[in-house]
Design a protein around this ligand. Structure first.
Ligand SMILES: [Zn+2]
Length: 295
């Protein structure tokens, strides 16, 4: 079983700060890992993939930890805990922010809707107030739906940010891994990096040529700043097509990670499933892992 985490917040963060399904406070994260360690052997992604390659399926009681998108603040919070307890983890990181001081397109929408910077948004000529959590979520869903149906989610987000820019402190709060952090991971024997595209597009929305650029350029930057080979890749949003698999292979990755495999390839190494953990509830966490471990 491979667990997929996104954002981990400091314990003092109110649970409704960002209700886009990605809030997990540090104490809840630690509680889940503590439970996991009781029943699973947590190994590096390399070791997990080696096993998967040999046996062709996940081994019961073998687990690996992964983080997608990789917020700098999340890394700051979890890396001392992972290092101190010698818990291996892989960070699937984007690289756009290393070249321009902007957020990934969906992170921008998340922050815009839940950080209360504006009292309301005008979306396609309609007013969307942002007072209650329900309203924030409604506006957020609308923006994500438009981005998903748009040919270019990033362009839509860039255009939108012309009218609704975010203050620098909010951008910093949701920024990706810094060059120093990438180099720190490169030097670690516990932590490792994985590819996750340069700007986090929906891969099935763009041509194979653009997919290849997004995937290869991200790999190149991660390898430069970590001074280590980056062998594993995670499909953004778990979305991919046969072109994506071809692009990931052609960029030189040894494996590709999905959430729900679409079974588009005979090569199972490029559609390895992961279990997404979006909430703090230990009960849900147990339910997600119950299929393998019977307690
Ligand atoms: Zn992602």
């Amino acid at each position: 079983m491979i667990l997929l985490y996104h954002m981990v917040f400091p314990d003092a963060t109110p649970s409704d700060t960002w209700n886009a399904g990605l809030v997990l406070r540090f104490k809840d994260f630690k509680r889940q890992i503590k439970w996991l360690k009781r029943f699973y052997h947590i190994v590096s992604l390399d070791e997990y993939v080696n096993h998967f390659q040999t046996v062709g399926k996940p081994k019961a009681r073998l687990a690996a930890l992964t983080f997608d998108d990789c917020y700098s603040r999340t890394f700051q919070l979890v890396s001392p805990f992972l290092n101190d307890n010698e818990i291996p983890a892989t960070f699937f990181a984007n690289t756009l922010h290393l070249e321009q001081n902007s957020l990934l397109w969906f992170v921008y929408f998340n922050a815009l809707c839940f950080e209360k910077v504006y009292p309301e948004l005008s979306i396609e000529g309609n007013r969307y107030p942002l007072s209650t959590q329900k309203e924030c979520r409604y506006a957020w869903q609308k923006l994500i739906n438009i981005a998903r149906s748009n040919k270019d989610a990033r362009e839509f987000s860039l255009n939108f940010s012309q009218d609704y820019p975010l203050p620098p402190e909010i951008i910093t709060k949701y920024q990706g891994l810094s060059k120093e952090q990438l180099s720190q991971i490169g030097a670690s024997h516990i932590l490792s990096l994985g590819g996750h595209t340069h700007s986090h597009p929906y891969l099935d929305q763009i041509s194979i040529t653009r997919q290849l650029v997004e995937i290869s350029y991200n790999k190149e930057l991660l390898e430069v700043f970590s001074a280590r080979p980056v062998d594993h890749f995670a499909y953004t949003g778990g979305v991919y097509n046969t072109d994506s698999i071809a692009a990931v292979k052609s960029a030189g990755f040894k494996s590709g990670f999905a959430i729900q495999p679409r079974q588009l390839s005979n090569d199972k190494l490029f559609e390895i499933p992961r279990t997404d953990i979006y909430g703090a509830s230990l009960l849900k966490f147990l339910a997600k892992t119950y299929g393998i471990v019977h307690v």
